[in-house]
Design a protein around this ligand. Structure first.
Ligand SMILES: Cc1ncc(COP(=O)(O)O)c(C=O)c1O
Length: 399
C-alpha cells in the first residue's frame, strides 16, 4: 500500500466524515505550488479557500512566526502583549477602521459581529430587548457555528441541527427591493458577502451595494460585510467593497490575515458598534495572542509591500480573459473578479467533481462547488506563465 493510500485509509477509518476531500495527500508547499507524498507537484488553485493568498510558506511570514514562537506565544488577554497594539495600528492604517477585535476563525469573527450589533441595537438604536433582527442573504456562507447555520439556506449546512437561533431575516442576494422591504424598526444590521464565494462566486449587479449602503444609512442599520474570503487582495483590491464604491460599518476579515499560517480573524468597525462591548462580555483565550499578531503583521506587510493586490488584479484579468477565450459547449458561464473565479458547467456535463479530478491528474488543484461549478482561486503571487499553463490545462479537460 502506498503512503498516500495508507493515510487516506486511516483518515477514513478514524476521522469524522464531515469533509469529502479530493484524494491527494499533500506534504509540502511553496508559493503557488504544493507537492504530494509521491513528490508530484500541483499548482494550487484553491489557496485553502483564500487563506493562502500570500502563497504557501511565505518565507517572511515564516520568519516572523519562528521568531515570535521563540519569544512569547500566548498570554491570554488577562495580560497585555507587545504585539497586539502594533497589529491594531497597522490594520487601522490600512483599512481606516477605528476599533478592532481580534479572534481566531472566520466563524468567530461573524459571531462576534452578531453579538456586537445586537447589543448596539438595544443600547444605541433603542430596539426592545430580544427583538433585534439581522438581514442576511439566501445562499450565504458565513461559517459553521449553530447561530450561523441557523440562517443558512443550504440544507446540508442547516438540516438536523436545530433548534435554531432566531433573529435573522433572509432576502435574495442581489435584490435591493427585497432588502428594502425586509427592514423594520427592529433591524439592527445586515450581514452580506460582497461576492458570494461558497455559492459559486456570485457577483451582484452594479449598484446593488450602493442601494444597500444607502438603505442602511437611512434606516440606522449597521452594514456588516463579510470579507473573510473576498478581503485582503483576493479580488484585486484590499477589500472587495472598494469595487462597489462603498464603506461597510463593520468589516470581517480572517483567512489570509495570517497567510495560512495560523487561524487569525478580526472584526473591524467604527467606535460606536464595537464600543458597546465591555470587559467580560466577549473574548477568546487565543484571540489577539502575540504569535497570531506577529504572523498577521508579517502577512499584511508582504501583501502590500510585494504588490500582491495589484498582481491579483492584473493576473485575475488575464486568467479570466484566458478562461473566456476557451470555446466549449459544456461551459455555462465564466465569472470572477480579481483572482476569485469560477467556471460553471452545464448540468449535462455530469458535475464539476470529475473535472477537478481530471485537473488533479494534470497537476492543477481546484475545488468543485454546488455540483456544477469549478472554483479557481490561486495564490495572489501567481505569474503570467503560470496563468497561461493553468488555462491550458483547463482547456484540455473542458473542450
Ligand atoms: C465568507 C466567509 N465567511 C466565513 C467563513 C468561515 O471561516 P472559518 O472557516 O475560518 O470559520 C468562510 C469560510 O469559508 C467564508 O468564506
Amino acid at each position: 500500500m502506498s503512503t498516500s493510500a495508507r493515510l487516506i485509509d486511516t483518515e477514513q477509518r478514524l476521522g469524522a466524515h464531515n469533509y469529502k476531500p479530493l484524494d491527494v495527500v499533500l506534504t509540502r508547499g511553496e508559493g503557488v505550488y504544493v507537492w504530494d507524498t509521491d513528490g508530484k507537484r500541483y499548482l494550487d488553485c484553491l489557496s485553502a479557500y483564500s487563506a493562502v493568498n500570500q502563497g504557501h510558506c511565505h518565507p517572511k511570514i515564516l520568519a516572523a512566526m519562528v521568531e515570535q514562537a521563540g519569544k512569547l506565544t500566548l498570554t491570554s488577554r488577562a495580560f497585555r502583549n507587545d504585539q497586539l497594539a502594533h497589529l491594531y495600528e497597522e490594520l487601522a492604517a490600512l483599512t481606516g477602521s477605528h476599533k478592532i477585535l481580534p479572534m481566531n476563525s472566520g466563524a468567530e469573527a461573524v459571531e462576534t459581529a452578531i453579538k456586537a450589533v445586537r447589543k448596539w441595537g438595544y443600547e444605541v438604536k433603542g430596539v426592545p430587548e430580544g427583538k433585534a433582527e439581522i438581514i442576511v442573504c439566501s445562499d450565504n456562507f458565513h461559517g459553521r457555528t449553530l447561530s450561523i447555520i441557523s440562517f443558512s439556506t443550504d440544507p446540508d449546512a442547516r438540516s438536523g441541527f436545530g433548534p435554531y437561533t432566531p433573529g435573522f431575516r433572509t432576502v435574495p442576494f442581489g435584490d435591493a427591493e427585497a432588502f428594502a422591504a425586509a427592514i423594520n424598526e427592529n433591524t439592527v444590521a445586515a450581514l452580506i458577502e460582497p461576492i458570494q464565494g461558497e455559492a459559486g462566486v456570485i457577483i451582484p449587479q452594479p449598484g446593488y451595494f450602493k442601494t444597500v449602503r444607502q438603505l442602511c444609512t437611512d434606516n440606522k442599520v449597521t452594514l456588516i460585510l463579510d470579507e473573510i474570503q473576498t478581503g485582503l487582495g483576493r479580488t484585486g483590491k484590499l477589500l472587495a467593497e472598494e469595487h462597489e464604491g462603498i464603506e461597510a460599518d463593520v468589516t470581517l476579515i480572517g483567512k489570509a490575515l495570517s497567510g495560512g499560517f495560523y487561524p487569525v480573524s478580526a472584526v473591524l468597525s467604527n467606535s460606536e458598534v464595537l464600543g458597546v462591548l465591555k470587559p467580560g462580555q466577549h473574548g477568546s483565550t487565543f484571540g489577539g495572542n502575540p504569535l497570531a499578531c506577529a504572523v498577521a503583521r508579517a502577512a499584511l506587510k508582504v501583501l502590500t509591500e510585494e504588490d500582491m493586490i495589484g498582481n491579483a488584479e492584473r493576473m485575475g484579468d488575464y486568467f479570466l480573459e484566458g478562461l473566456r477565450s476557451i470555446r466549449s459547449n459544456i461551459v455555462k458561464e465564466v465569472r470572477g473578479r480579481g483572482l476569485m473565479m469560477a467556471v460553471e458547467l452545464v448540468p449535462e456535463a455530469g458535475g464539476a467533481r470529475q473535472y477537478c479530478y481530471a485537473l488533479k491528474d494534470l497537476g492543477l488543484l481546484a475545488k468543485d462547488t454546488h455540483e456544477n461549478t469549478i472554483r479557481l482561486a490561486p495564490p495572489l503571487v501567481i505569474t503570467k506563465d503560470q496563468v497561461e499553463w493553468a488555462v491550458e490545462q483547463i482547456e484540455k479537460i473542458i473542450v
